[in-house]
Design a protein around this ligand. Structure first.
Ligand SMILES: [Zn+2]
Length: 457
């Protein structure tokens, strides 16, 4: 350590200054921050030394894509990218076609390093910027990144990285959807043995997001558009520290689309296949009364899944019926609602339906009450096969679609509906797909970097 200490001290006067600051630091915090500055400079030195060594190695030139002859070196040229530790510079050989074909100059070392021709920031910096932007507004993400990189980062730069990474995520998804449409099913995700035998729960819902007017101008009337969100999770058992067994939704996967049920359907099916809908011993579809989503269930999922109507939504409809029929302020309305809710919960909707029929036969029933009760009857009748709550409870299945609502809150509400926020469709889509990548565990693959520590350190 002393030897390294001395060698850097002699090597670079700027390091000497930084080391002096470490020695002068009083508080622990100041000491750590001062030492970090040294670590930064050391990192840059080390990386640049390795790059310089690699640049000197002989290399095999590729052929000219136009005329086919081997490219020839035109000597060394400097390249620079901004990294998490400051700018990194290296000189490497660049080549051109000896026949003078109009092709961009080629730098084989850059290619080997995975650096794109016009890239100005390295992957780990972009990845961290995008990870921050998954959770906080672009300006905040830029500021936080500035603290850690020791440089000013503009919100526009972070925004640009999010657009590029989101675009990559969307292109990958399009490829998978295309393959699915060709009948090419994805492989199911590997699961631990206990999870592979756990029930798979699926659900979906819609949530509104504020968009800029058509064309994306910043002024004008807000356009609210619906995002469809789908959730898929295994219903795992988890023992808490006090020994209580609770259900845990894990792994949880989300799909979402700016669009309708028809756009959601292939995305949900793609993820359902990945989550083992064809192998799971039990599959459950949980949803409120939204017709489009139940149509999706009938068309795509009913062959594998038991459909459950969200109990709380059903109870809400019962209350509406009670209020319309018996006047919501009366004890009678509350009593009937309590009884009907109890019957429904215990898997006996017949008595409830019979009561509604009887109520509809009462003469002098106001037209509005008649409409509400007719709708209630049709709703319960339509979902006759999705109301067996007593059995669902016995099987340990959920009867409420709370997991869908919490997914919508996390995925959409938390980041896209901040004060004064309005989105362009592209801006929304790119960030949405980054958030999906984050929650679905595919974020790091987008940048081909691993920022998190390995489990055994
Ligand atoms: Zn050529």
């Amino acid at each position: 350590m002393l030897c390294l200490h001395d060698s850097i001290r002699h090597d670079d006067p700027s390091v000497q200054r930084l080391l002096g600051a470490v020695e002068d630091a009083h508080s622990l915090t100041a000491l750590i921050l001062a030492a970090w500055q040294v670590a930064r400079v050391l990192t840059v030195h080390l990386v640049e030394a390795v790059l310089a060594e690699r640049a000197r190695r002989p290399l095999a030139w590729p052929r000219c894509p136009q005329c086919g002859v081997f490219l020839r070196s035109k000597g060394f040229a400097t390249r620079q990218v901004m990294s998490l530790f400051g700018p990194i510079r290296w000189r490497r050989r660049v080549g051109r076609c000896p026949h003078g074909c109009a092709i961009p100059q080629v730098a084989p070392l850059d290619e080997a390093l995975g650096v794109q021709p016009h890239q100005r920031t390295s992957g780990e910096l972009q990845s961290l910027g995008c990870a921050l932007a998954v959770f906080v507004p672009f300006a905040t993400a830029a500021r936080l990144l500035g603290w850690y990189s020791g440089r000013t980062v503009s919100p526009q730069a972070v925004w640009g990285w999010v657009q590029a990474a989101g675009q990559r995520a969307m292109e990958t998804l399009q490829e998978h959807l295309h393959a699915l449409a060709q009948g090419d099913l994805p492989a199911p995700e590997a699961l631990a043995a206990d999870l592979a035998t756990a029930p798979l729960v699926l659900g979906a819902d819609g949530v509104m997001v504020p968009f800029r007017p058509t064309g994306g101008q910043p002024t004008g009337k807000t356009r609210w558009q619906e995002i469809k969100v789908g959730v898929l999770a295994r219903l795992g058992q988890h023992r808490t520290r006090t020994g209580k067994v609770v259900t845990r939704l894990h792994p949880r996967r989300l799909v979402a689309v700016l669009g309708g049920v028809d756009a959601l359907q292939p995305r949900l099916w793609l993820e359902a296949v990945r989550q083992g809908i064809r192998q799971a011993p039990q599959v459950v579809w949980l949803s409120d009364g939204a017709r489009g989503l139940w149509r999706l269930y009938e068309e795509r999922l009913a062959a594998y899944a038991v459909g459950i109507l969200d109990f709380y939504h059903a109870a809400q409809s019962l209350w509406k019926g009670a209020a319309a029929w018996l006047d919501g302020r009366t004890t009678q309305a509350r009593r009937w609602f309590g009884w009907a809710r109890h019957r429904l919960r215990h898997g006996q909707p017949d008595g409830v339906l019979a009561d509604v029929v009887e109520a509809l036969e009462v003469e002098g029933l106001p037209a509005s009450a008649r409409d509400t009760l007719t709708a209630l009857y049709a709703y319960l009748e339509r979902h006759r096969d999705h109301l067996d709550y007593a059995t669902y409870k016995e099987l340990g299945l959920p009867i409420g679609s709370g997991m869908v609502e919490s997914a919508c809150k996390w995925l959409i509400q938390q980041r896209f509906k901040g004060v004064g926020m309005r989105w362009s469709e592209d801006g929304f889509n790119h960030l949405l797909h980054l958030r999906l990548a984050w929650v679905n565990g595919s974020f790091e693959a987008l940048f081909q970097v691993q920022l998190q520590p390995s489990p055994n350190t």
